[in-house]
Write a protein that binds this ligand. Structure first.
Ligand code: NAD
Ligand code: ZN
Length: 250
């Protein structure tokens, strides 16, 4: 393992335009469960309840969705960045970070000190809420307060439209502008580092695939194997808080 880590550090050291692609596994050691590991969210809830069409068309699903989502949000609000998030801030300070393309909605990259312009939140943010009809935006804490006071499927103050956390659900379309930016950066980077992602959620997972196609090197740090491992220059199956601080040291 030590030799593998040394080689990964050499790989990172030799690159100056690094694109990080992060997933829920980056934040498990900050106390936020991922979806697919044992003990993950999908062991307690049925994902088929949370397809976008169902949330929109069926009030009962929407109530269940808010319940699951509020539970996750309260954990995210309290969570602190871990050693891996902090190491990515160092990578930005070294001037070698192109961007962090994240599937996470937990705000931990920003909490760790990475600048807003460097963080592309492909799946949105749990910290705000949007009206699906008029697009009005609300602070999440304000809506959580209403939920605590007895609302279970809150509606927009302005137009009575359906409110939903500003995150992308299954079957909901992705923001084109963010995806395009991520793809452009993927086509330009010299190294793409995948951190804590099962790489099964599309179109997000096409970002590292595209980077490799465009000639970038690929380093994957994930506890479990992924389908992209055969195309990676290096794969480390270990914890991100153990590996990332070590490999970004100059
Ligand atoms: P995933 O749950 O599908 O996969 C997480 C991967 O990380 C797994 O393969 C697991 O083995 C690995 N992992 C877990 N802890 C790790 C650690 N400490 N070190 C190294 N590897 C670790 O997550 P995904 O690929 O991000 O896709 C799930 C979707 O869920 C995303 O779209 C994301 O938006 C959403 N999500 C986000 C959060 C969050 O914001 N923190 C939490 C749960 C789910
Ligand atoms: Zn509205």
């Amino acid at each position: 393992m030590q030799e593998l880590m040394e080689r990964a550090r050499e790989l990172v050291r030799g690159c100056g335009n690094i694109l990080v692609f992060s997933g829920a596994g980056l934040s498990t050691e900050s106390g936020i469960p991922d979806f697919r590991s044992p003990g993950g969210v999908w062991e307690r809830y049925d994902p088929s309840d949370f397809y976008f069409d169902k949330i929109v068309s069926d009030e009962n699903s929407r109530k269940k969705y808010w319940k699951m989502s509020s539970e996750m949000y309260s954990g995210m609000k309290e969570a602190l960045p871990n050693a891996a998030h902090k190491a990515l801030k160092e990578l930005e300070e070294q001037g070698r970070l192109a961007a962090i393309v994240t599937q996470n909605i937990d705000n931990l990259h920003q909490k760790a000190g990475n600048s807003n312009e460097k963080v592309i939140e492909l799946h949105g943010s749990a910290f705000s809420v949007t009206c699906l009809s008029c697009g009005a935006s609300y602070k999440r804490d304000m809506i959580e307060e209403r939920l605590r006071n007895g609302e279970d499927a809150p509606r927009c103050d302005k137009c009575s439209g359906i409110l939903k956390p500003a995150t992308i659900s299954f079957g909901q379309s992705m923001p084109d502008e963010k995806m395009t930016r991520a793809m452009v950066l993927a086509s330009e980077c010299d190294l793409c580092i995948v951190l804590g992602s099962s790489l099964v959620v599309y179109p997000a997972a096409s970002v590292p695939e595209y980077a490799v196609q465009a000639g970038s090197r690929l380093l994957i740090v994930n506890r479990e194997p992924t389908h992209l491992d055969p195309r990676a220059d290096m794969v480390i199956n270990d914890s991100v808080t153990f590996v990332v601080p070590f490999i970004v040291k100059p």
